[in-house]
Design a protein around this ligand. Structure first.
Ligand SMILES: Cc1cc2nc3c(=O)[nH]c(=O)nc-3n(C[C@H](O)[C@H](O)[C@H](O)COP(=O)(O)OP(=O)(O)OC[C@H]3O[C@@H](n4cnc5c(N)ncnc54)[C@H](O)[C@@H]3O)c2cc1C
Length: 433
């Protein structure tokens, strides 16, 4: 049991539960909208999960507005094309239309820790984060002057608004779901699959012609992907079935973390053009970091706002990570919520949060559906055995112009902060007022 440390409650306009992508983006926005905030993070340090991240045009526009894009561009690699292999057969190169010409930005690939660090810096640094603050009680009574957030260790924060950015197993979401009378307070389900992911050291045998080139390796029993990152580093992801004990119901994988050996067990002998002797093993062996993450999927998106509680990111909606949009959606949420918070605090608009909920719930539902459909095509699991045929036609023969046309709904939706932003001098730490 954690030690109890009662202290004078901290008072802010916005308490952000969770220091992940959504929470830190939210903080970076509030800092520039002159709204006081604090980030409450359960871990003793800000520790991103995962190895790399893909940032798409739909979230890059807002990061640009916040002054983060320029920095991340220095640490990332633009994605220019995807080389697709079916087993060892080269199908061809696809651009999928994800180009700067089409959408204003390329898709950028980078190390996840570096991205997190940039967000933390933009949010105001460690001064605005309360570490080791494991939120385990929220009191939000309609006639009280503020809501109360309590930590396991006795610390208390009083806030006008609570932002639940506490990820897939969100405590905040449970409180909100109970308020709206949802039958099941958590409708996010394990899909039975596990992502194994890693980030390598620079692969010194690669050359400039390998920059910006990703690989999709489509096997019958697995999909393996490598993404190009800065300095010819590679971020790779493989999807494997969960390891279960006989008779066990797959509600969560028993795969607790991964090592190079466990990743190699599944993928080491597979073909990869960058590996020595064309084997994936040499790429895995060059990893600086490997991780395993269960793949979850939302069944029912709850309302995103109730009382003083508002949800963002995975706490609100969870999508399979095959298309890499969960973090981008957390950023989109934070941007739209930043607009709503400005309207609420500075313009006294009583309808601001309803608008937020309406816009974001629709977008989240669209993305969940898209991610699920994409996963089916990508793994060739379509009705009537059509999966392999449809996948081949789409990946091998569909021209870039059709992809650009198709992706317009996803990448041309680029929410921005609608209100004037404070100019924060570089390097200046913020303090939660
Ligand atoms: C293998 C893999 C690859 C992915 N690739 C991509 C990609 O390329 N692009 C992309 O956009 N998305 C990607 N995603 C999805 C993305 O990682 C998530 O959607 C994103 O991290 C969600 O951000 P979040 O801030 O909502 O939640 P999280 O990142 O989960 O952050 C939640 C935070 O809240 C904290 N917290 C939890 N409970 C409490 C509590 N009770 N009190 C205080 N703090 C708490 C946690 O410690 C954590 O810091 C990927 C996911 C996986 C698994």
């Amino acid at each position: 049991m954690a030690e109890t440390k009662p202290q004078t409650p901290e008072r802010v306009q916005v308490a952000i539960c969770g220091g992940g992508i959504g929470g830190l983006t939210m903080a970076a926005i509030l800092r520039r909208l002159d709204i006081s905030y604090v980030v409450l993070e359960r871990y003793a340090e800000i520790t991103p999960q995962g190895a790399g991240i893909s940032l798409a045009p739909n979230c890059l526009r807002a990061l640009d507005q916040l002054g983060i894009f320029e920095k991340l561009a220095k640490h990332s690699q633009e994605l220019h094309e995807v080389h697709i292999y079916r087993n060892n057969e080269f199908w061809g190169s696809q651009r999928f239309g994800m180009t700067k010409e089409a959408f204003g930005y390329y898709v950028h690939k980078m190390e996840r820790h570096q991205f997190h660090y940039l967000l933390l810096e933009a949010a105001g640094g460690n001064d605005v984060v309360r570490l080791g603050f494991n939120v385990n009680d929220i009191v939000d009574e309609a006639d009280a002057p503020y809501a109360v957030v309590k930590a396991e260790d006795g610390r208390v924060v009083h806030a006008d608004i609570i932002v639940g950015a506490d990820g897939i197993r969100s405590y905040t979401r449970r409180v909100l779901a109970e308020k709206i009378g949802m039958k099941a307070t958590n409708t996010i389900r394990f899909t039975g699959r596990v992502h194994m992911s890693g980030y390598t050291k620079p692969l010194t045998h690669l050359t400039t012609k390998d920059e910006g080139v990703a690989h999709w390796l489509l096997y019958d029993d697995a999909i393996l992907t490598t993404w190009p990152c800065k300095d010819n580093r590679q971020w790779y992801i493989g999807v494997a079935g969960a390891r279960l004990k006989p008779g066990e119901v797959p509600d969560r994988s028993v795969w607790k973390g991964a090592t190079k050996d466990t990743v190699n067990e599944v993928y080491g002998e597979r073909f990869h053009p960058f590996g020595k002797e064309s084997k994936m093993k040499t790429i895995v062996d060059a990893s600086e970091r490997v991780t395993a993450a269960n793949v979850f999927q939302e069944l029912e998106v709850p309302e995103m706002v109730k009382g003083r509680i508002v949800l963002v990111g995975d706490a609100a909606h969870s999508m399979t990570s095959f298309f890499g949009q969960g973090g981008c959606q957390a950023i989109e949420d934070a941007v739209e919520l930043g607009n709503a918070l400005h309207e609420h605090f500075h313009l006294n608009d009583p309808t601001a949060f309803d608008r937020y909920s309406e816009i974001r719930q629709k977008r989240a539902n669209d993305l969940i559906q898209f991610s699920e459909n994409f996963a089916k095509v990508h793994t060739a699991r379509l009705p009537y055995g059509l999966g392999p045929f449809v996948r081949k036609v789409l990946y091998k023969y569909l021209p870039t112009s059709v992809w650009v046309w198709y992706f317009t709904w996803l990448f041309n939706y680029q929410p921005t902060i609608k209100y004037p932003l404070l100019d924060i001098p570089a390097g200046q730490a913020a303090s939660a007022k």
